[in-house]
Design a protein around this ligand. Sequence first.
Ligand SMILES: CC(C)(COP(=O)(O)OP(=O)(O)OC[C@H]1O[C@@H](n2cnc3c(N)ncnc32)[C@H](O)[C@@H]1OP(=O)(O)O)[C@@H](O)C(=O)NCCC(=O)NCCS
Length: 153
Amino acid sequence: MKEIEKARIQDVPQMRRMINRFADKGEMLPRPLSELYENIRDFFVIRQGEQVIACAALRISWSDLAEIKSLAVAKDSQEQGIGASLVKACLNEAKELGIPTVFCLTYQSAFFEKFGFCQIDKMELPRKIWTECYHCPKFPDCDEVALIYNFEV
Ligand SMILES: CC(C)(COP(=O)(O)OP(=O)(O)OC[C@H]1O[C@@H](n2cnc3c(N)ncnc32)[C@H](O)[C@@H]1OP(=O)(O)O)[C@@H](O)C(=O)NCCC(=O)NCCS
């Protein structure tokens, strides 16, 4: 399995291209460069040589909640376990931080269910997470599915 590393600032243009390629096809939400730079410390990447072939972020929402965001695996590198390894890296980081619940908003609910995520009504998520949604082009007609993962206590 390819090594998972923390993202570097130089990775951002490639991450953005990869994310926005999927976003153009409606598979995930686009991310502006400013957001990627501001949140670069949240991101894991997988590289092949100098090329970023996958990324994912764990964003802390509150004392008991974090979100997996911007998970993307380049088309040529899919179906090799890379997406799974990034989800596991995000879950591990949440666990190490002592955060009991991780959620995601996605169009790929079946993928996240493979790791034990369960679908929930978006309205069950705390209001705080919606502050970011105000900037989303789809707001207020969000068609993503919300899923949560709870660590066993
Ligand atoms: C969804 C995505 C991240 C999956 O990444 P990947 O590296 O191809 O996935 P993996 O190879 O790690 O797959 C792990 C398992 O999930 C399955 N799987 C992969 N994509 C799936 C999907 N869209 N729906 C259901 N299951 C899926 C695989 O078959 C594999 O199953 P197995 O363990 O039984 O063999 C990738 O297709 C992607 O980047 N898509 C575009 C962006 C996107 O939709 N991101 C989602 C988050 S917003």
